[in-house]
Design a protein around this ligand. Sequence first.
Ligand code: PMP
Length: 281
Amino acid sequence: MIYLNGQFMPIEEARVPVLDRGFIFGDGVYEVIPVYSRRPFRLREHLKRLQHSLDGIRLANPHSEDEWVRLIGELVERNEEEDQSLYLHVTRGVAKRDHAFPPGVAPTVFMMSNPLVTSTPELVESGVAVVSAVDNRWLRCDIKAIALLPNVLLRQLAVDAGAAETLLLRDGFLTEGAASNIFVVRDTVLLAPPKDNLMLPGITYDVILELAAAASLKTEVRRISEHEVRTAQELWLTSSTKEVLAITHLDDQPVADGRPGPLFRQMYPLYQDYKNTVMRK
Ligand code: PMP
């Protein structure tokens, strides 16, 4: 079951006109929310980021927070899986093709649920390989825009190289991954790039920094140079569906000894514990 403009229906029955500005211009924003045991994880934070993205593209939020919570709850109930990946998408609606905003047009609201596929224990144990590339995206990467062509091309570089993700560098500094945030460990300090216009403010990124603070790990939020990335003791990637994974190879070079490091081994169970505690509340 999916949700489209006020109605729940099977995905096969869902239709969007070809003049939808999402289709024509990529003029819209989205969210991906993990659902564990039928409970959306960090829902308020995702809805806050949605508002930030909508503000960023100057599109009025079609729903109040309470309405979103109710609609999302209903979609979760109408789907079978206990653990789901909820995709939510708002576009500027259907209008004659013209770049400028169309007046008086209702936005298109689409949501779907897919089974949540998290990382296997083997992947957590082995870590993943990534490749690096120049971050050639625009200067509003803080907006979770559906226009993802640069991210698509960047992620494909990883797939072509048999790697899991592409780590992005802009002007000699780390920004994030093609669809994830990146953390760096140096001298037992957990480093994270600042939440600015060059990266998506990850919900998982915030969870990791909160857990690190609670565990009294040393953290620093600051710009991280390419040299610091390439000589790191540990690299991690985070996202709502991948949670937290160790990066064990960068551009075919091992990160330290090529195995998940001690701080990762400390953080991974903290993340799982936190998730389980929140879900049981
Ligand atoms: N950066 C980008 C470019 C992403 O697409 C994602 C995943 N949607 C993230 C970071 C991680 O964000 P989150 O932890 O909220 O999933």
